[in-house]
Structures are given as C-alpha cells and as structure tokens.
Design a protein around this ligand. Sequence first.
Ligand SMILES: [Zn+2]
Ligand SMILES: [Zn+2]
Ligand SMILES: [Zn+2]
Length: 467
Amino acid sequence: MLPPKLTLCLLGEAAFHLEQTTPSLSWQRHHNPDSITAPADIIVLGAASSEQCQNWLQTLRARTDIGQQPIFRLGNTPDDDPTVNALLDGHWDNLASRQEWLQRWQERQRQFVLEHPNSELQSVLHYLWTRPHGTLAPVADWRVSQLYRYPLLECITGSNDAAYLLLEQLTTRRLLRPGKLFDRVRSCPDCHSGHLSYVDQCPGCHSLDIGQQPAIHCFNCGHVASQQHFSRNGVLQCPNCHTRLRHIGTDYDRPMENHQCNSCQLMFIEPDIRARCLSCHRSHQPEALRTEQIHDYQLSDIGARLCREGDVAWNIGNLVLLGSLIPQEMFRFSLEWFDHLCVRYPAQSYSLIAIRLANVPDMVARNGFKESMLVLENLGQDLRAQLRNTDLCTQLAEDLLLLLLPNTPAAHVDVLRQKISNTHRSSSDRQQEQLKIHIASYSSSPQKHSAQHATQLIEMLANEVRS
Ligand SMILES: [Zn+2]
Ligand SMILES: [Zn+2]
Ligand SMILES: [Zn+2]
C-alpha cells in the first residue's frame, strides 16, 4: 500500500477536472511549473500541446527539488515527441492504473542510499535507479552539433555540451552501460561537430569546380583529353598528333579518367572526397573523421550497486585515491612516454605498480559497511601519504588500481609495498574478514632499459595480482 497522503500536483487547467476523491492523495493545482513547490510526489501534466508539455518537462526535470519525481501526462494517447517521451514517466489515467508503478518507485526510492558529492551524477543515478527499465535515450536533433541529445542529461546539467561531459564521466566510471545502438555518426576530429558537408574535388588543385566529361585516349600518341578537344568538323581527330580516329578499340578508346577539373583541366578517375566541417570550417579526409556510436544507456551493475550500497565501498579507486585518478587512456599514454624517456635516459627509472583489493564485497558482507569503509579509508590515507603529486593513478577494474611512479627505482617500490602491508595489517587485525591486498610491480632497469609495450606490461601485472 502507498503510505498516506502523497501530494499530487495537477499542472495545467486540462488536468483540473481529474476526480479528486482519492483520500490517500492530497491535491494541488498549478498553472505553471514554477509555482509548484516541494513536496510534490506525483505531477500530472494537463498540457495543451506537445510543445507545452516539452517546455514544462524541461523546466521540471531541471529542478533539484522535484526534478526526480514521477511525472505523467494526462490521457492515454502516446506522444510522438521523442523529447517528451524521454522525460515523461508515462500517461495518467487514474491512480489505480499507476498504483503498481508508484509502489515500485517508492520501494526503489527507499533502497537508494547513495549520497554522492557530485549532485549531477547523483541525480542521474537516482533517476535511473527509481525507474523500472530506466533508460537514457538519445534524441536526434539537427540543431545540436553532436546531432543527438540526451534530454534528461541536458535538464540536469543545463546544456548539451555539459550533458555529454557528464555522460562521459558516467561511462568512464562504468556506472552506465550502453544498450541499444541507435546510430553511428561521423564527426569532425577537431571540434567534434557532426555537421559535415562532403564534397568532391580535384585531386590536383583541390578545386570544387569539377565535372564529368566523356574522354578519349589516342592510341597513336597516348594523348588523353575530353572528347570535345577531339571533335573537328564532326569527325574525331587527335589535337596532338592529328591522327583521324575512326575505330574505337583500334584507333582510340575511352579511358577511365572521365572527370575533369574546370580550374586546372586535369582529368582523373575518382575525385577526392573531403568532409568540410560546417562548424570550424576545417576539411578532413573521410578516414580521419571520428566515429561516434550513439547508444541508449542504462545503469550498469556497478552503478546499481552504488545506488543500493552507497558510494565508494565498491568504487575503491574513488575511496583509496580520492579525486586523483586519471582516465586509463591518459595513463597508458603517460606510461608509454615514461618508457620512451627511460630508453634514452635509463637513470630516470620508473615503476609501475598494480594493487588489487581482492575481497571488498566479502569484507563488506562479513564486517559490515561502516567497518569496511574504515579499513579502506585507512588504506587510502596510507597510500596518499606515500604518493607524490607527480605519481599517476588509474583504476583498471572495479578492484584494481595502477600506479605509475616516475623516478622510482625498484628499491623504493619495496619500501612502499612494505608500508602498505604493514599499516594495513595492524588496522584490520580485529576484523573477521581481513582485507586482502595483492601487489605486483615492474621497475625499469637504471642501467639499460629496453622499450616495453604499455598494454602488455599492464596486462602482465594485472594477471599477476589476479592469480
Ligand atoms: Zn584542378
Ligand atoms: Zn594522338
Ligand atoms: Zn570542426
């Protein structure tokens, strides 16, 4: 059963006629979204048009107080506006028909324990967690440079660019997983705009002014030119060697080059194709364009766990190295760079360390959430105390961290290893389930270093801590 007195807001006159007899609801009527004040548990829109509905939804979903609440549209005709569909929870006929949905929503609401410092991330996860089959669906829109929008993310962040940034954060941290593939769009490698114009141009002088011309190849002298240059008084004659060309296949043939540039007269087989960016005006070859996959997104298992069990217990990287993680790609790039440096200057040796926290879920299950957090926090403090701000960290998997320590020979790594296992052992002695930390490392040789393959090196260490 629903708890007593949910507040139901009717927005727009069209909704005011709803029979307001359900005793378990308290009713409010509003003419515009701004006059709705919290608490509003359920909002029913009586919008006169799809456009109004969309405006109202965008205003409501952007609000931090009530933006996450269930919002329905009155009536039972499905909307054909994709933005409306992306922001709406469905249609409202009466409470009975929505009872099940709302019960589930409240249940999920109760289970949600995450309190994330990033309010935008918190909002997205909360929204998806509380909706059955919650999905962030892309909406095609020619007005935006990426060609697709994610309406909910736009409402939460305030702009299309910020929405993509948030989406990237969520996917990099693997809190969302891509679902259905909607489209594959090419975009400008410089400014990421999808507004491209594909043009054929002359491969010689890059002029756009080209055309197709039937061409002739004289067998006698090898001259190739457009047919008009061979026509003389109604017969074909080579303008170069003046041979009469009577029989195709014997005197002449038609070459593959049947495009001609009107600027430099070059004849060619295939024009060059260039993608011109209409946003930054740079031109690129088609193979240099970025390819973006447009998916819808759902909560991943990691995201769902985070909602259910709170922040950081599972995202060890966040806890252990608060805020100082860099993306994996950047890490790999830096590793390659250090490796190159080291080949040249072996004395500047570097070390790579993999740290795996092997049993965090078991530890949480046996010692409880709070106790486990304490252990992880202590470990985080120790680690942070040992690291310098030139050291780089990334999270390779949910339970696996990588550290890259420039100017650090193997001997220093042993000291670090010792410290981590010592302090950690003393702090978790009382625990039923002790935190298991597996460490593996690689250090370049200060005498002579031969180039390493970054990805293979990382895989080797990851394998070692997993076995
Ligand atoms: Zn040309
Ligand atoms: Zn000729
Ligand atoms: Zn561009």
